[in-house]
Write a protein that binds this ligand. Structure first.
Ligand code: GRF
Length: 203
């Protein structure tokens, strides 16, 4: 299967997926890493690992529709079975999302449905929750909604700041996202009603 990963910055989740795909010999390959920012750090890792990269800058397009259409064309050039959003900081149009229905995953740093949107660690601290986490979900037109594939949880500790929470959660994300992507490429995920059913591994 062909995986295309979209990033906007550091790309540490992309890196975790690339490493797991190779180390665990998934029935898949990362066909491309695409960024909306030319200076995204993650592009360097992708290039160093021989993965084709592309930049589609949202600044080059007058509207969200035009940007998404251009992005879609570049993505589809890599014939993706799965598109993985990994710190991709653009809201996508309904047309784009529908084009990839059932094959578009995102990781969001909260226990959805809690704390959609930005500043999730700050939101969690302000709400006083004892537990925080990250969610991998299929993307639907409604931002940070969509069928949940898997979640990782961490305790909130006294003295935590948004930065300490983010750092502790990130290492969980680096296990969670490869786990979820692997389930997809092994054809073990089905969307039933608004949820996700995970099939057992083939022996
Ligand atoms: C992660 O915390 C992810 O959950 C959020 O943005 C961050 C991206 O980090 N969507 P990286 O670019 O994968 O290092």
């Amino acid at each position: 299967k062909n995986i295309v990963i979209l990033i906007s910055g550091r790309g540490s989740n992309m890196e975790a997926v690339v490493r797991a795909c190779a180390a665990e010999q998934w029935p898949a390959r990362v066909a491309a890493v695409i960024s909306n920012k030319a200076d995204a750090k993650g592009l360097e890792f992708a290039k160093a690992h021989g993965i084709p990269t592309a930049v589609v800058s949202n600044k080059d397009y007058p509207t969200r529709d035009a940007f998404d259409a251009a992005l879609q064309q570049v993505i589809d050039g890599f014939a993706p079975d799965l598109v993985v959003l990994a710190g991709f900081m653009r809201i996508l149009t309904a047309t784009f999302v529908e084009h990839y229905a059932g094959r578009l995953l995102n990781i969001h740093p909260s226990l959805l449905p809690l704390f959609p949107g930005l500043d999730t660690h700050r939101q969690a601290l302000d709400a006083g929750v004892l537990e925080h986490g990250a969610t991998v979900h299929f993307v639907t037109a409604q931002l940070d909604h969509g069928p949940v594939v898997a979640q990782a949880r961490i305790d909130v500790r006294p003295g935590d700041t948004p930065d300490t929470l983010a750092a502790r959660l990130l290492s969980e994300e680096h296990k969670l996202y490869p786990y979820a992507v692997r389930l997809f490429v092994e054809d073990r995920l089905s969307i039933v009603d608004d949820g996700v059913v995970i099939a057992e591994a083939n022996k």
